[in-house]
Design a binder for this molecule. Structure first.
Ligand code: PLP
Length: 386
């Protein structure tokens, strides 16, 4: 039974989202920048409606949302495009951040001379707010970049505390909220987030659409666009908008806002069912991430003595992953698992199960049977060949 438990890589498109998108591809194809006719007006109206829904999910104002092509692009736009106040020479981030954040900080160092302070995390993947305050204490930090939730282990960060530490030092707070979107309540204003990146395909919308939240009314938050030539999106991201994708993103966010609370609980029960059964049936298994502050859909499990790639191959019709999709071709151990203190061998022994809206109890039970049988088999081989 083909079973998809890799929703942190991408989620299936919700049928309700697809229904909203299809007419935009088949019947009403106007360019929202065409101001001279009804095709354009209609497309612009659809984009603005979607912008309102996207903003609504994070409690932003519609004019604080800029559409992009992905969360990766939004991250690059924020971290590489932010105009830095005089005297600011540092970016502060954490060792467990997504590669898009870490690489943008490295590029900002090479191209703009902004040195990068990469904070360590504890064994559950948390950065302490005190360490953020300390890193900012010289008053030379331009931006603090810390994700709301980690994509590999699901650990949730106390972002409002980071924002307070950043602001006390005159720095801007950027948060990658890609994995938290639609899974936990987000209020960018209450959390005092200045900039945030996220995308549609983690919340049952289409791939290829992202958004950047830019807090309004803050003259110190000025962005130089990465992509120029047309003045779209208030001059922050040039290029004709992906109307169907944006409409899908809007619908995905509208649905998530209403269904998130119940869905997270249901998915959390399935995740717990998976973990309880696997831990009960197999010795030498551990759970990565912060048990008290963790996304309810994410389970990063380590299987002592197992090569996770061999395990994934053996469970062939259960789709799980060893790490984030963007890094899955990388042969090195996951930088997230290394950062929480795992040895190379233990990092290579971990699998991420990420459940979602359409995951069923039957699929979870199937995955439990598969993983238990495969681990037992691989351990038998290993002890026989030792
Ligand atoms: N940030 C996090 C935490 C992610 O999990 C991902 C994707 O896995 C990204 C950023 C990149 O998102 P996108 O695929 O929209 O570029």
């Amino acid at each position: 039974m083909r079973t998809y438990l890799d929703c942190n890589a991408t989620t299936p498109v919700d049928r309700r989202v697809l229904e909203e998108m299809l007419p935009r591809l088949k019947e009403t194809w106007g360019n929202p920048s065409s101001r001279d006719h009804a095709f354009g007006w209609d497309a612009a109206e659809a984009v603005e409606l979607a912008r309102g829904h996207v903003a609504g999910l994070i409690n932003a104002n519609a004019d604080e949302v800029v559409f992009t092509g992905s969360a990766t692009e939004s991250i690059n736009s924020a971290l590489r495009g932010l105009s830095v106040r005089p005297g600011a020479t540092w970016t502060v981030t954490a060792a467990t951040e997504h590669e898009a954040v870490l690489e943008s900080c490295r590029l900002a160092a090479r191209q703009r001379g902004l040195r990068s302070c990469v904070l360590p995390v504890d064994t559950s993947g948390r950065v302490s707010p005190d360490s953020v305050a300390e890193a900012c204490s010289s008053g030379e930090t331009a931006v603090v970049s810390l994700a709301l939730a980690n994509n590999e282990i699901g650990t949730i960060h106390p972002v409002p505390l980071f924002a307070a530490a950043a602001h006390a030092a005159g720095a801007v707070l950027f948060s990658d909220i890609t994995q938290a979107l639609g899974k936990i309540r987000i209020d960018v204003h209450e959390s005092a987030i200045d900039l945030a990146a996220f995308s549609a395909h983690k919340v049952y919308g289409p791939q290829g659409v992202g958004a950047l939240f830019v807090r309004g009314g803050q003259p110190e938050i000025t962005l130089e666009p990465l992509i120029v030539g047309g003045g779209h999106e208030r001059g922050l991201r040039a290029g004709t908008l992906n109307v169907a994708g944006i409409v899908g993103f809007g619908e995905a966010c509208r649905i998530a806002k209403f269904e998130m609370a119940e869905e997270s609980q249901r998915v959390g029960r399935l995740r717990d069912r998976l973990e309880t059964a696997v831990l009960a049936h197999l010795p030498d298994v551990w759970v990565n991430g912060d048990q008290a502050h963790r996304l309810s859909n994410t389970s990063s499990l380590g299987f002592g003595g197992i090569d996770a790639r061999a395990l994934i191959r053996d469970m062939h019709d259960v789709a799980v992953s060893t790490r984030s999709a963007c890094s899955s071709g990388d042969a090195r151990p996951s930088h997230v698992l290394k950062a929480i203190g795992l040895s190379d061998d233990d990092a290579y022994a971990c699998i991420r199960f990420s459940l979602g809206r359409f995951t069923t109890e039957e699929e979870v039970d199937y995955a439990i049977d598969k993983v238990v049988a495969s681990v037992r088999k691989l351990r038998r081989f290993t002890s026989a060949s030792a």
